[in-house]
Design a protein around this ligand. Sequence first.
Ligand code: SAM
Length: 285
Amino acid sequence: MTDCWFTEMHEHDAKFSIQVTEHLYSEKSPYQQIEVYDSKTFGRFLTLDGFMMLTEKDEFIYHDMISHVAMAVNPDIKRILIIGGGDGGTAREVLRYDTVEKVDLVEIDERVVRVCQKYLPQTACKLDSDPRLRLYFEDGLHFVQEMPNQSYDLILVDSTDPIGPGEGLFSYAFYQHCKRILSEDGILINQHESPYYPKDAYEMRRSHSKLKATFPIAMVYQFHMPTYPSGHWLFGFASKKYDPIKDLQADRWNGLGLYTHYYNTDLHKGAFMLPTYVKEGLNNA
Ligand code: SAM
């Protein structure tokens, strides 16, 4: 074993490290620094600009929770837009539904897709093998601006943090276009940062206040991500029509017989039950 470690600063005085068994790939793309490492405990992992994106060991948690919550509220979803998500994990999960007719994936950085296809087939496995999926290499903000009204039933914003190329995906203009291009019963799920460390909690509040101002229903749900700062992460659920708890179609979803290693319809309801400090943070947004 080498004595090489990947380290991410989670706070100025708190850091998270993984011992690297092999540094598999390194590239500076036009948008970001892309690295792929291997490790004993977490398997292969992808970082962008030094921030952890996914590990083979725990990616199922993030990809289950970004995908299946909305699908269990409306199992009739047919047209899906993924923004970001170049590793392919979110596409892999939504393409498990036979009822889904089309998935457009808009990733700003083609190099992320190509690197993941080579080094992370566990997540990228469906990126070139399902005819329902179409890849677009462009800025997600620009893509939604150009789209006609009501083009999608579900939008999944699987983005990096609101610094660098991901910044526009946390803007008010972006959320307004998402609302416009969603069907009348459309759902938006977005990477909603973390409630714990102050800079993440600040972004959580900013994102929530914009979503609340845009959609009649804007809620937040949580999941546990061992390799993200604090291990406590959130997605936003915004909709024109559906309440994610009252409208959960548990029997229909369970009847599909999809095995999910993290998500289940009991956890679905529990995920929206937030700790007091998180509720307070969101109420003050
Ligand atoms: N699970 C991850 C996380 O939250 O850490 C996100 C993974 S995915 C790799 C994030 C992707 O969003 C990156 O590949 C990045 O290139 C892409 N991205 C960032 N800004 C974007 C934009 N404006 N439009 C489209 N894709 C964008």
